[in-house]
Design a protein around this ligand. Structure first.
Ligand SMILES: Cc1cc2nc3c(=O)[nH]c(=O)nc-3n(C[C@H](O)[C@H](O)[C@H](O)COP(=O)(O)OP(=O)(O)OC[C@H]3O[C@@H](n4cnc5c(N)ncnc54)[C@H](O)[C@@H]3O)c2cc1C
Length: 571
């Protein structure tokens, strides 16, 4: 039986609609372990889930993202129904807010409860529906590991001109939660063991093969649906292998704990073309859907440190990503209203190009997010502190550039919608920052191309950490490098036509020339940054003749990258 038939047969009875507590479960909160769904017995609980076409058509989202999200949504609905929760599963061409409004009117649903949505875009959509009469109460979301007060107590009231150093927040969270703490002191005598975690990977230890999660009937049906309805979206559904049931999500996490965590820290920054995941957890996709909960993962990892099953450096390194970076980023996004509050403090991109939408927009989808105000509240922020504005070239859509690192990483993104942190930062974003591609376009690309992307996490990572578009609010300096870093931390350069040791000439790796010209171009803004002293000192020692050649090589590389045509995704 198709999922639609199965779920429609379970439509709640009138008695249930009137007598249960009805909770709206957003598309990224599939959990009954915390929050409103867990607060009363199953037989008193009702949940509303909306499968919205308008949302899926909002951007040309990676096909695997749509599959993993919709299949988890459908599995969650059936899991809840199996434990006695009444499930109202609604297919709609409208946005979530508009769909709920219609549903509430039609079925006379009582006021709904919902955790404050993680995504700004959903907060806005539900807020608009509320103004039109949707009865919904928002409650705090315990699926996060921190509260807003944790952030504001650390930094004081938000100010767009400040610099927010993540470490302060992380230390406070360690103190507050007692994670890896002995009284007031950090276990091992220091809060961070990052200095021990920067090794290149040269097959020192075997990389265990990950467990398989072949699509079950429900997932196969979703794959067929995505292929039919979202055929022109980015990426592929080929070899879909992500967990979609709670049981599989837990098994996925268990594999990381047992097999990958022991080596996570040491090789956290390493990149390989033969082991793309290395020892990373790949949990972001499940964490961001609510299938795994941050505090559960943190406690499991802390226990491994206590048991001695993994080194303190590995465990602390992993905990910092979740208790530190992940929480920090979402607060920063919320506090800056998705970086819109920087508008009068940071240079903005002057001639923005339209943001991408799915080519298959139906009338209902287009209507769903039509601005109701003179300024489009859904339009993304466009800070560009370094004045970057060039269009993102075709290589980000999989057209081969000849740069082995870029081509390998982009191919992985097209295939999987995922790559680990360092390729995102030091290959994809590094290239964009060095060349001067529009930070907004890069953000939008990350947003639709990655399975784990949602506004609260992708915008601070790209506009803040990766491109310095926010002028230093998130990162104290731009994360940029020439070929030397990529060569040191990966095996990419060994398989590339370009030589990482040459800076100029046709066979030289363009990253190096792009790096020096980036420094030159942005001297007025970056030279006084205390963390940029060493590179600017090195630049000042380069003879003018070298600089001329570097400029030629860099200009050639930018022109080359711009010359490729990109496949049409309709955006
Ligand atoms: C340009 C750029 C774009 C990014 N876009 C996203 C995104 O859309 N969604 C997303 O979840 N992460 C994003 N990140 C952060 C990070 O790269 C991914 O969370 C991580 O690579 C996911 O793989 P993993 O689960 O194996 O992570 P691991 O290396 O195993 O780390 C464990 C977890 O820590 C969290 N984490 C680590 N770093 C960050 C960070 N900087 N911000 C937020 N959480 C973090 C993630 O939840 C991750 O699952 C981005 C980083 C950069 C530089």
């Amino acid at each position: 039986m198709s999922f639609r038939k199965e779920i429609e047969a379970l439509h709640p009875a009138a008695y249930d609609l009137a007598h249960r507590r009805w909770i709206y479960v957003p598309y990224d909160r599939f959990t009954d372990r915390v929050g409103p769904v867990s607060e009363q017995p199953a037989h008193e609980t009702g949940i509303v889930i909306v499968e919205s076409t308008a949302k899926a058509l909002r951007r040309p989202y990676h096909k695997k993202k749509l599959v993993v999200l919709i299949s988890n949504m459908r599995h969650f609905a059936l899991e809840q129904q199996a434990r006695g929760v009444s499930v109202l599963y609604h297919f709609s061409p409208l946005s979530h807010g508009q769909a709920l409004l219609e549903l509430q009117r039609e079925l006379r649903l009582p006021p709904l409860t919902c955790t404050t949505p993680a995504e700004r875009e959903l907060r806005l959509d539900l807020g608009h529906a509320q103004q039109s009469g949707l009865a919904i109460d928002f409650v705090d979301d315990p699926a996060w590991a921190s509260t807003l007060a944790d952030f504001t107590d650390t930094y004081g009231p938000f100010h767009p001109g400040k610099s927010y150093v993540m470490d302060r927040f992380y230390r406070r969270m360690r103190q507050k939660t007692g994670i890896l703490m002995q009284g007031t002191k950090p276990v091992g005598g220091q809060f961070s063991f990052d200095a021990e975690n920067r090794k290149a990977f040269r097959n020192q230890v075997p990389v265990p093969p990950p467990p398989a999660f072949p699509p079950d009937g429900i997932t196969q049906e979703v794959i067929a649906f995505v292929e039919e309805t979202y055929a022109h979206h980015f990426g592929t559904t080929r070899n879909f292998d992500l967990p979609c049931s709670q049981q599989d999500c837990d098994r996925f996490w268990g594999f990381f704990l047992d097999r990958l965590l022991p080596h996570f820290g040491a090789y956290e920054d390493a990149m390989r073309d033969d082991h793309l995941q290395l020892f990373h957890s790949k949990t972001s996709v499940l964490l961001n859907l609510g299938r795994l909960l941050p505090l559960d993962l943190i406690r499991d990892v802390e226990q491994r440190a206590v048991d001695g099953a993994a080194s303190l450096a590995s465990c602390e390194g992993f905990i910092r990503q979740i208790l530190g970076w992940r929480e920090f980023m979402r607060h920063l996004h919320q506090q800056t209203d998705g970086f819109r509050l920087l508008e009068h403090h940071v240079r903005q991109e002057e001639h923005p190009r339209p943001q991408p939408t799915s080519p298959d927009r139906t009338a209902a989808a287009a209507e769903a997010y039509r601005p109701s105000e003179p300024l489009d509240p859904y339009a993304g922020a466009r800070p560009s502190a370094l004045g970057a504005s060039l269009p993102l070239p075709a290589v980000y859509w999989g057209v081969k550039s000849g740069l082995h690192c870029v081509d390998t990483v982009v191919e992985q993104v097209v295939e999987e919608g995922w790559t680990h942190h360092i390729p995102r930062l030091m290959v994809l974003s590094n290239l964009a920052t060095l060349c001067g591609y529009s930070p907004r376009e890069l953000t939008d690309w990350f947003w639709f191309a990655f399975v784990d992307a949602y506004d609260w996490v992708v915008e601070p990572n790209v506009l803040g950490m990766a491109t310095y578009a926010d002028g230093g609010l998130t990162a104290t300096k731009p994360y940029v490098s020439g070929a030397a870093y990529i060569h040191r931390m990966s095996n990419f350069c060994g398989h590339c036509q370009y030589d990482p040791k040459q800076a100029t000439g046709p066979g030289s790796c363009p990253f190096t020339a792009l790096y020096w010209t980036f420094l030159e171009r942005n001297q007025a803004i970056l030279k006084t940054n205390p963390r940029m002293g060493t590179p600017y000192m090195a630049l000042s020692k380069r003879p003018e003749q070298d600089l001329v050649q570097l400029r030629v090589r860099a200009a050639e590389a930018v022109a080359d990258l711009a010359s490729f045509r990109r496949p049409d995704y309709g955006d």
